[in-house]
Design a protein around this ligand. Structure first.
Ligand code: PEP
Ligand code: MG
Length: 331
């Protein structure tokens, strides 16, 4: 079985009915690019840059040059394949020693997952945000770079983000530092963003659905709280509907859409995601071979016919007992 999966690595992921699916990698450090290339990924769908910011001495955050070097290393490591660099997603389950230049670290925050996290943190720290934006833009001079914004929920955040990007570009131009005009995408991981997708897509070039947080925020289940982990269920029809509707909306507008949450790397969901119209999945490099195997055996036209049944299920149990669950042989 292992040898068979190894042979699969460089086979293009195309379904039985000829639909090509992009198999992308999620990485956390630039050195993970080697594993991504090795696994046959056709690019990085999610580079979680917060890992450059975490586990450091208090007050020690990576500056523009350090970040630029890290992003360049990832870009060069991918050998010409596209790299989607997400701006920092710190806060909540990804704390850093210094949450903010202000006094926030001394403040007791009751619901960090609902607090100053991801793009909210970046917009609250404009100088640091522009530092990261400049670093990402500078990396674009070395390969195909796309920029991804986490936790977007408000149109005002989108406007501010694009203002910051414009400012960062202007600063680089003035400094004579080369960069390319990169595509900018949004993570769809808050229900508000899924519900506003059509409006948001007027601004963004692409979207990536973050199912880990979309489940947490749709079901009001803390993804890190073991007391309620039995209720953290990706099969909840409300979650599946938000994902399916987002994919349909993006496809209808001709915008690239991908899933980069754990669902993308879970073979139990491969057929379902293909049925929803997804043709791009980003996952841990170790999952690529087994998910690709599912893709190679799938017939998207047949699968699409069963989509309504799962979306109309009463509860997660019923949804998991539809054609999609049986297809992977689980009980
Ligand atoms: C997600 O929320 O699904 C996601 C991919 O982002 P993270 O797991 O880093 O929050
Ligand atoms: Mg997330």
């Amino acid at each position: 079985e292992r040898a068979r999966l190894d042979r699969l690595r460089h086979t293009p992921a195309v379904t039985l009915d000829g639909e090509a699916v992009d198999m992308l990698a999620n990485i956390e450090l630039p050195s993970d690019a080697a594993a991504a290339v090795d696994a046959g990924a056709v690019g990085v769908g999610l580079f979680r840059t917060e890992f450059l910011f975490m586990n450091r001495a208090p007050g020690d955050l990576p500056g523009e040059d350090e970040q630029y070097e890290a992003y360049r290393e990832a870009v060069l490591g991918m050998k010409g394949l596209p790299v989607t660099i997400r701006t920092v997603d710190i806060g909540a389950d990804k704390p850093i020693e210094r949450m903010s230049v202000s006094e926030l670290r001394h403040e007791h925050v009751l619901n960090p997952a609902l607090g100053l996290r991801a793009i909210r943190w970046s917009l609250a720290e404009p100088a640091m945000f522009r530092q990261q934006l400049r670093a990402i833009l500078r990396a674009s001079a070395h390969g195909k770079v796309r920029m991804l914004i986490p936790m977007v929920a408000h149109l005002s955040e989108i406007r501010q983000t694009f203002e910051s990007i414009a400012r960062a570009k202007q600063q680089l131009t003035e400094a004579g530092k080369p960069f390319v005009d990169v595509e900018v995408g949004a993570m769809i991981e808050v229900p508000a963003a899924a519900l506003m997708l059509k409006r948001f897509l007027h601004y963004f070039d692409f979207v990536s659905i973050g199912t880990n947080d979309l489940i947490q925020y749709t079901l009001a289940i803390d993804r890190a709280d073991e007391h309620v982990s039995h209720l953290y269920d990706p099969w909840h029809p409300a979650v599946l509907r938000l994902v399916a509707d987002s994919v349909a909306q993006a496809n209808a507008m001709g915008k690239h859409v991908s899933v980069c949450g754990e669902m993308a790397g879970d073979v139990a969901f491969t057929e379902l995601m293909l049925a929803m119209g997804l043709r791009s999945l980003s996952m841990h490099p170790a999952q690529i071979a087994s998910v690709k195997q599912r893709v190679l055996r799938a017939d998207t036209r047949r699968l699409a016919a069963s989509l309504e049944t799962v979306l109309n299920a009463d509860d997660p149990m019923a949804a998991a007992q539809t054609a999609f669950r049986r297809a992977d042989g689980a009980p």
